[in-house]
Design a protein around this ligand. Structure first.
Ligand code: TXA
Ligand code: MG
Length: 316
């Protein structure tokens, strides 16, 4: 079983031996390994049970560390990097040949990000290689926002998890790239669509998710708490259910189900708080007596878009 602790030197030692470790970031916890080592990358795919067609994000300590590993850094993306790094933003940039094809699943672009979490920063500063790190959950399951979540799902497969407390953003990074000259958002996340459009002064294209393997990063079925999730009018849908056996994930209001079955994302109606709670809420619904989960759409603005995206994918 994995030990949970705050020993950066121990994590470094493991990573230098191509082992993988749990790492806190401000978005969600990652499963980290040397992004330049095929052995370490393979271990990440194995531990997560992740198909090799779904590429990994490389994490760096700062923008300057990213530059040698990409062959072009378009000005508009650099503007975003300067504004939002370190932070919940991932950029797709043409990869340097020295980046293993295994990391990018053979794609010509590499996903790069500079995390803001102080523990991740500290660890990256101790290393002379970037860290590949997908969210530290089994493929298709809910992302972890606590070291204990990583331990519950992957603790039997890894030896160490760095503890950095609760992830403060709560949803993954926003993934942005340029395709045919058009600024494109591939995954909504911690930096909002509005913030990106503001920063670059133009509207951005949003790609739709898909279950087709050729479109990585956008798999439809994801974030599953292991039972059916129905997103709609909770009060209406609750009428047809036995309240003892349904879970409810609501935005602001309470509903008539046992407290063990209920998660109100933000009683104050705050989208930042709702984002911090969404994965803990979906995780809470993974209880044997809960047969179905009722949830509702949040306002489709700011972080509400990212939360709705996770709910939609959890409902597949
Ligand atoms: O916030 C985050 O981004 C977290 C933390 C740990 O940094 N990481 C994360 O990684 O969410 P992961 O692997 O769970 O999701 C990354 C997504 C994947 O769906 C993958 O398909 C997409 O990014 N992606 C990675 N590299 C890509 C590439 N070269 N081209 C297109 N999509 C890519
Ligand atoms: Mg993930």
């Amino acid at each position: 079983m994995a030990a949970i602790g705050t020993d950066i030197a121990h994590a470094r030692e493991l990573l230098c031996k191509d082992e993988v470790v749990g790492m806190p970031t401000e978005t969600v916890y990652g499963l980290a390994g040397n992004a330049l080592s095929e052995r370490a990358i393979s271990k990440i795919f194995d531990v997560k049970n992740r198909p090799k067609f779904d590429p990994l994000i490389a994490h760096f300590s700062c923008l300057e560390e990213v530059e040698p590993w990409v062959t072009d850094f378009p000005e508009k993306l650099k503007v975003l990097a300067q504004k939002y790094w370190p932070g919940p933003l991932t950029l797709l940039l043409p990869k340097h040949p020295k980046i293993p094809d295994l990391l990018t699943s053979g794609h010509p672009r590499v996903a790069v990000r500079v995390p803001a979490h102080p523990v991740a920063q500290c660890l990256l500063n101790e290393l002379d290689f970037p860290l590949a790190a997908p969210s530290a959950n089994p493929f298709g399951y809910v992302s972890p926002v606590l070291a204990a979540h990583v331990s519950a799902q992957l603790g039997h497969k890894i030896s160490y998890i760095l503890d950095g407390g609760r992830s403060t953003v709560g949803v993954e990074s926003t993934i942005v790239g340029i395709e045919s000259g058009q600024m494109t958002v591939y995954r909504l996340g911690g930096v909002t669509l509005e913030e990106i459009e503001d920063a670059i002064g133009e509207t951005v294209l949003q790609t739709k998710s898909t279950s087709h393997p050729a479109a990585p990063g956008l798999l439809d079925a994801h974030y599953s708490p292991g039972r059916k999730v129905l997103v709609g009018n909770i009060s209406e849908n609750l009428r047809h259910e036995n309240p003892d056996h349904v879970g409810v994930v609501s935005f602001k209001e309470s509903h008539a189900v046992p407290p063990l079955n209920l998660f109100v994302l933000s009683p104050a109606g705050d989208l930042t708080e709702a984002a911090q709670n969404i994965f803990a809420a979906l995780r809470k619904m993974d209880q044997p007596h809960i047969h179905k989960v009722l949830a509702e759409w949040l306002p489709e603005v700011g972080l509400g878009r990212a939360i709705n995206d996770r709910l939609r994918r959890a409902s597949f």
